[in-house]
Design a protein around this ligand. Structure first.
Ligand code: AMP
Ligand code: ZN
Length: 115
């Protein structure tokens, strides 16, 4: 628990969130500022600052997060038409919350390439 981290506070229940899935390792909740009809975030409960900080020791959580994303995407009705999984990393990636998270966007045809 990093007391200055927004997503650690959401995990701790200090800040409310619209949860779609939770277990002992991960949390999935709706993005507060959705950029598509369906937009949720999948995060590890362990505080990993960014994709830059994925190591041999902690990388298993990423595979697990992708399993959970597939399950929640299906629950949210995205399986048939597809969706996009996005990770913003660091300054050039425009990462604003320094706790590893994967955006999942769907429910409309998404533009490509991103800006
Ligand atoms: P990023 O810019 O990739 O770091 O993404 C951070 C995301 O967190 C943005 O899409 C925000 O809309 C979202 N966000 C910020 N605060 C909250 C919150 N309290 N609950 C849910 N999502 C949030
Ligand atoms: Zn955190």
């Amino acid at each position: 628990m990093h007391s200055d981290c927004l997503f650690c506070k959401i995990i701790a229940g200090e800040i409310p969130s619209a949860k779609l899935y939770e277990d002992d390792k991960v949390l999935v909740f709706k993005d507060i500022d959705p950029q598509a009809p369906v937009h949720f975030l999948a995060i590890p409960k362990e505080h990993i600052p960014s994709a830059n900080d994925i190591t041999e020791e902690n990388s298993a959580i990423v595979a697990y997060l992708f399993q959970v994303i597939a399950k929640v995407a299906a629950q949210e009705g995205l399986a048939e038409n597809g969706y996009r999984i996005v990770n913003n990393c660091g300054e050039d990636g425009q990462q604003t919350v320094k706790h590893l998270h994967f955006h999942v966007l769907g429910g409309r045809k998404l533009a490509w390439p991103p800006g």
